[in-house]
Write a protein that binds this ligand. Structure first.
Ligand code: MF3
Ligand code: CO
Length: 254
């Protein structure tokens, strides 16, 4: 049970444990990248992830989290996040975000990645490129002495300069033995505000970027968020540690 506000600082050894979880998560994404093509279903990808993690003595932390029914979130086209894996095949031109949290020996890592299916439109390509770049622009600001708002502001400024919008209703977060710890990491906001970044913090940065408006609606399944205007949305997410030597990306795909 979480009472009040508390940022849990991790030791170097704990960060190494989280890095092991992150490395497995990165390897899983690289396997998924090979599976993405027209005709594959996100249900098959979800089953693959369950088996792959089991084989590596890890578990999918999302499954059962507040009753969430799957190992992965699979959000297609106008779905922003928390899409349910499904048996309907991916089509040429779709974009899909696969998000998952790996639990290895009680330590967690969280990473989402967006993929184009077959040949995608120029607009979809630009959305994927801008969203990934927004993530790395945020990570650059994740240095000791900066504040959370410096990350938020850098991401928002870049995304909006490219003519896209940043989702407000879902934010990055601290992570450790629990999926969601303090602080929150919004992808929009003012520089110089919010908690100061300190050595040993472990955070996710996970911008969701929309081609159109940033507002969303929630499906009848009570989970899936989608854009209010039906336009595309993408997301890239890493888990990273704040260290003396700068941000250490624990879910780096190499
Ligand atoms: N991985 C998501 C995050 O970035 C959490 C998804 S919610 C869940 O915080 F219920 F699916 F786990
Ligand atoms: Co997250």
């Amino acid at each position: 049970e979480r009472v009040g506000y508390m940022i849990i600082i991790k030791t170097e050894q704990e960060i190494q444990m989280m890095k092991k979880a992150g490395e497995l998560l990165a390897k899983t994404h690289k396997e998924i990248a090979k599976m993405i093509k027209p005709g594959v279903t996100t249900y098959e990808i979800d089953q693959f992830v369950e088996e792959y993690l089991k084989k590596h003595n890890a578990t999918p932390e999302q499954k059962g989290y507040y009753g969430y029914p799957y190992a992965t979130c699979a959000s297609i086209n106008d779905e922003i996040c928390h899409g349910f894996p499904r048996k309907e095949p991916l089509k040429n031109g779709d974009i899909v975000t696969i998000d998952m949290v790996v639990n290895l020996d009680g330590w967690l890592a969280d990473s989402a990645w967006s993929y184009g299916v077959g040949e995608i439109s120029d607009e979809a390509r630009k959305l994927l490129d801008v969203t990934k770049k927004a993530l790395y622009i945020g990570i650059e600001k994740a240095v000791i002495g900066n504040r959370i708002g410096d990350i938020s502001h850098a991401i928002q400024t870049y995304v909006e300069s490219e003519g896209f919008s940043v989702v407000r209703d879902f934010v990055g977060h601290g992570i450790g033995r629990n999926m969601h710890e303090d602080p929150q990491v919004p992808h929009f906001g003012r520089p110089g505000r919010g908690p100061r970044l300190m050595e040993g913090m472990v955070l996710t940065i996970e911008p969701m970027v929309n081609v159109g408006e940033y507002h969303c609606t929630i499906d009848d399944n009570q989970w899936t968020a989608r854009t209010i205007d039906g336009k595309l949305s993408a997301q890239y997410e890493h888990t990273l540690a704040i260290t003396k030597d700068g941000p250490l990306i624990l879910t780096d795909q190499g």
